[in-house]
Design a protein around this ligand. Structure first.
Ligand SMILES: Nc1nc2c(c(=O)[nH]1)N[C@H]1C(S)=C(S)[C@@H](COP(=O)(O)O)O[C@H]1N2
Ligand SMILES: [Mo]
Length: 311
């Protein structure tokens, strides 16, 4: 596993401070007046990407990872399997127009335009830990809203017991889809109570701005008590089902990746320990916490279940 070079230049080193502040002032003034059309290209893009958010009681107070770490060390196999590939290749993803089809076991199936989805509920900042099954973790300030706000809109029937998420798989935009590392499209799934849990969000931004493509633009799932691979990126379809959906990683290696995928330091991956993790940017490894530290909120969902069997 490669590491983020510590010598990465900071924005303040690239842009002289005064010039940077002047840009910021110009952008926010123009944005406030709705004048982004009059700005030069770089400024219009930056001004329109800022998102207004509310803080959340679900946010951790731990130190956040830097924007550069969060956006240059990614897993997004549709754009390649190396950690640097998504940042390098995801520029080709077209995130407008974009729709998300919500269907299946519900009374009001609907196709949502992404711009309508961004206004479906007040956007919150959710600072969550993300623990990858590979043994690293980050703290990421997502911007998003609870998935339950969207699901309520389509009125799930009593037969809706699971939710399936499908990512875009377009070989013209996503070079990784031409190789057969996974059975495309990338799919993931949750039990309905996991999907309705207030910690489960759809993220449309991070660090107060729209989501960079490599992090799953324009909309991705975030389920902070599960391994990172449950958090499907660039979602085009959400389907309510009465049976447990197949998931991409479970199909690829069922003995390694189960449906539940709850972070669990006591259940090792067949090829490595899950007892500890490397927080990106830190030297010493930390202990991995049950449910990634969200046990107070979610442990009750799994009462009476054998979490060695349902890994
Ligand atoms: N469509 C899609 N979603 C995906 C992946 C992927 O390869 N394709 N990788 C997963 C994995 S393994 C992790 S750890 C997280 C990484 O999210 P991040 O790059 O925003 O930190 O995305 C998850 N979602
Ligand atoms: Mo991961």
């Amino acid at each position: 596993m490669s590491q983020i070079p510590a010598s990465q230049p900071q924005p303040s080193e690239i842009t002289p401070e005064a010039c940077y502040l002047e840009r910021r002032r110009l952008m926010s003034a123009a944005a406030g007046l709705g004048l982004s059309a009059l700005l030069p290209g770089w400024a219009a893009a930056a001004a329109s990407t800022a998102l207004a958010t509310h803080p959340s009681r679900y946010s951790t107070t731990e130190d956040k990872n830097r924007f550069e770490q969060i956006t240059q060390y990614n897993n997004f196999y549709e754009f390649g399997t190396d950690k640097e590939d998504p940042a390098q290749n995801a520029g080709s993803l077209k995130v407008r127009p974009w729709t998300v089809r919500v269907e299946g076991e519900c009374e009001a199936p609907r196709t949502f335009d992404i711009d309508a989805l961004m206004k479906l509920a007040p956007l919150e900042e959710r600072i969550y830990r993300l623990r990858c099954v590979e043994g690293w973790s980050m703290v990421i300030p997502w911007v998003g809203f609870e998935l339950n706000a969207l699901l309520k809109q389509v009125r799930p029937t009593s037969r809706a017991r699971f939710v399936e998420f499908t990512s875009l798989a377009d070989p013209r935009q996503m070079p990784g889809v031409r190789s057969r590392v996974l059975d495309w499209p990338y799919t993931e799934g949750l039990r309905i109570d996991e999907a309705m849990h207030p910690l489960t969000i759809l993220a449309v931004g991070l660090y107060g701005k729209v989501l960079p493509n490599q992090n799953g633009a324009p909309i991705r799932l975030v389920v902070p008590w599960k391994y990172g691979f449950k958090s499907a990126k660039s979602i085009v379809r959400i389907r309510l089902t009465d049976t447990q959906p197949a998931t991409a990683w479970n199909k690829a290696a069922p003995q390694e990746y189960g449906f539940y995928s709850n972070v669990n330091p006591e259940v090792d991956h067949p090829r490595w320990s899950q007892a500890n993790e490397r927080r990106i940017g830190e030297l010493l490894r930390r202990k991995t916490l049950m449910f990634n530290g969200y046990g107070n909120e979610v442990a009750r969902l799994y009462q009476g279940m054998d979490l060695r069997k349902f890994y």
